[in-house]
Design a protein around this ligand. Sequence first.
Ligand code: FAD
Ligand code: DHB
Length: 390
Amino acid sequence: MRTQVGIVGGGPAGLLLARLLGLAGIEAIVLERRTPEYLRARIRAGLLEQGTVDLLNEIGVGARLNRERLIHDGVELAFDGQRRRIDLKALSGKSVTIYGQAEIQNDLMDAHEAAGTPIVYEAEDVSLHGLTGETPHLRYRKGGKQHDITCDFIAGCDGFHGVSREAIPPDVLRVYEKVYPFGWLGILSETPPVNHELIYNNHERGFALCTMRSLTRSRYYLQVSAEEDAAHWSDDRFWTELKGRLPPDVAAGLVTGPSIEKSVAPLRSFVAEPMRHGRLFLAGDAAHIVPPTGAKGLNLAAADVRFLAEALVAHYKTGNAQLLDGYSARCLARVWKAQRFSWWMTSLTHRFPDASPFERRAQAAELAYITSSKAGQTTLAENYVGLPFA
Ligand code: FAD
Ligand code: DHB
């Protein structure tokens, strides 16, 4: 088999790229190890920057998004029993969108089904070969048979635990990493959100985030130890702990109910450089992970893919390789700014088990400064809504 671009991974990055290439008349095949049912049900991110919404609209998958999304013009920080609203719209001119990653995944899969994009689900033992030659190829197994696809280029969109990044020799790849001493326990419940905008809570019992998927579906997260097992958290235990971390007026309005999903995610900052090796290009979580505070993971994946599609289209339409050559540097410039912001938001809002009394006082002062100064609020707002595309 032969194709122009072989895409490893059918998450948001892989499917967005396949759609952008398909619309430009470039052939692509997606290899995904999971089943379509698994992907359609996978619950993850929920907050989109305007740039991500624009991209989804540009590729014609924004109809349901535009109907169902919630638009938020502000966000709250709560600490020391106080609530402080940051007026994102007034400070940055932009708003953010609430629309679940699971919905985007479904919209993209529907669009690909309609367009007839070749997507191989349950592709086993995917491996990458000949990356520095002229004809890189992908191998995989499906239904007991071995398959081989020769490509012009390979896009590694297979997430943090994928095989693409591992295919880059260790002496070429530089890795930057920070692991946090806590994780997030998240639940989803069919209950109205406690507030019409998100609330990031810094509390002595630990961080808590109040977010949502719709006007009838809430998502809440609690800072827990990195080794915490979600099975040890009954719904009652979760709701009681959440109430304990919210300002009293917010806690009083919390509507509880059975959880639909409950899981723990570790917090990590990670960047692999460069994002290109020969004819392999990494995009999304395959190249970088941010801690979820600030909601940059999915938005960064969309930005990478926008750059990669532009570069591949330029190559095929004009033969100009300049954008392909500049891909890694262009992505990394944006990635590092989002890394810095996600690390900073995490540092500002979480309780660090090993923080000294001095560090704790400095954190409290920073919260007070950021929320009371227009300059402080503006720096949070312009990063939160998404930095402009370079
Ligand atoms: P992924 O979504 O990871 O997609 C990669 C795809 O590749 C998957 O479908 C996977 O099955 C497939 N794959 C992996 N290995 C192989 C292989 N060997 N062969 C073939 N296919 C393979 N971000 C936020 O902004 N807010 C959040 O609240 C949030 N919560 C998260 C919770 C969890 C548990 C996780 C894991 C991530 C969360 N994120 C969150 C991050 C966000 O979901 C990711 O940044 C986003 O999914 C990145 O998209 P991606 O396509 O790059 O990677
Ligand atoms: C969501 C997750 C985040 O990490 C965040 O900062 C904002 C929203 C969410 O799941 O809705």
